[in-house]
Ligand binder design. Sequence first.
Ligand SMILES: Cc1cc2nc3c(=O)[nH]c(=O)nc-3n(C[C@H](O)[C@H](O)[C@H](O)COP(=O)(O)OP(=O)(O)OC[C@H]3O[C@@H](n4cnc5c(N)ncnc54)[C@H](O)[C@@H]3O)c2cc1C
Length: 503
Amino acid sequence: MEHRADIAVIGGGFGGALMAMVARQQGHSVVLIEKGAHPRFAIGESSTPLANLFLQQIAEKFNLPQLLPFRRWGEWQQKFPDIGCGLKRGFSFFHHESGQPFSDNPERSKQLLVAASPRDELADTHWFREDFDQHFVSEAQSLGVEYFDRTELIDFHEISDHVLLIGKKGGEKINFRVDFVVDASGPRGCLFRLLRLSERNLPLMPATSGLFAHFNNVDSWDSEEGVPYPVEDAAVHHVFDGGWVWVLKFNNGITSAGVAATQEKVKSLRLSEGAVGWDLLLNHLPTLAEQFRGADTQNDFVFVRELSFGLDEVVGNRWAILPPAAGFIDPLLSTGFALTLQGIIRLAELLPSPSKDDLLLYQRQTLNELDQVSHLVGALYSNMDDFEIFTALTQLYFVAVSFAETANRLGKPDLANSYLLCEHPDFGQSTREICELAVHSNNRETILRKISKAIEPFNISGLADPSRRNWYPVVLDDLFCSAAKLQSTDSEIREMLLREGML
Ligand SMILES: Cc1cc2nc3c(=O)[nH]c(=O)nc-3n(C[C@H](O)[C@H](O)[C@H](O)COP(=O)(O)OP(=O)(O)OC[C@H]3O[C@@H](n4cnc5c(N)ncnc54)[C@H](O)[C@@H]3O)c2cc1C
């Protein structure tokens, strides 16, 4: 059987479903092709302010108001209480010494708490993908997207004015004749295999593996008095030399947890052996072991031998690959959703017949942004044994994303039109140089000084202020004091804060 459509989207995760919805709203006929079936386990769950801003922009640009409640905890709880969700008020980091219980000092030099929102109602979320992706696919179908699950694509033919995708569904042959293909099938996905695309080296990034699962009955991690937000209502990162553990709590009793680590740690902790590796890991992190003492897994552990990957080609005449299928660095800093959603906006504006130049621009932006993440995450891995440098390096991330989000909310997107400001002539280049230095040099003072200098013109949230001793609540005065950095007046800032419900 042959199906004809303007656009084929491969991969029915939230990325593919959203891409299909947007293309449909632009008046195109769309087929969405998924090799599995919903509901299904999926990893990659923690959203960020910038990702939520991109989701809001998709909703507004493409007339998809049904997406808006998902940009914030409060609206989500009100409108979709049955779709699993976690409360994310910020990013919590704790640094552990192997075999030692977690402990800190009055300077709080072993922790970092960065708030992203002033209160729960406005907070970011963790997306329980089993529910979330299924909901988005149903939404796509209700807009007229034709959805084919349990469909395996086995061949791709580019013929002068169309693409022929050949697949199988339930043992039967199924063909799709389309004008353009968007690949949203995730890491080392469909077009990577069908077109035999090659992988490239990712700058500064060591080889890492991941081990993760969903758990029940995970205990709590206590908050000290005076914290900017309850430390567990966040993406919680437990950092140790050679790797880090994430813990994300959902409102359905499930906790997502996993570890990403360098090959040396993968070997010494036997992470490829699943539960055995997880137990060995917890032996090295006794305070975390306490938290997981009564926990049991909901599903089998998933081990991913090579977490990071990158393609060197992400567009062709009649196809383009969304960022998460074009490359992935690491869950650290939760960069995946923002890149996915930004990629959807960029591609949607080009459909249905992008010019060669437009596609090459999309490719350049996608690869540059992945490279920037790779520089930063690579530098962070190199400094997981030195939490002061690690913390300083994270400021390159926090400063760039908070500046970009605020500039966009102020209606000044030109101030920050690339992820992590990677194409900014000063900040982008300085970040890469600092990351190189942080990997190849032991000159701590120089690294700290250069970071301080690089972030200053973009720091609008009081980050890196030593008097705050690594706790950064949302302080609106910081923003007013930084109005000039955003080329804005106090009244523009005030209006924006009122619009966003922050005042
Ligand atoms: C361990 C880990 C943790 C992460 N944590 C975060 C995080 O906290 N925050 C964040 O922002 N990002 C995170 N990410 C990245 C995040 O997972 C991705 O950005 C996100 O999943 C992209 O969603 P997607 O729907 O585009 O792709 P995916 O979630 O990868 O979905 C792809 C879909 O395509 C289908 N598919 C695959 N192959 C084919 C094929 N040949 N034909 C048809 N269908 C196919 C799959 O079955 C799947 O349904 C993480 C990634 C990993 C690996």
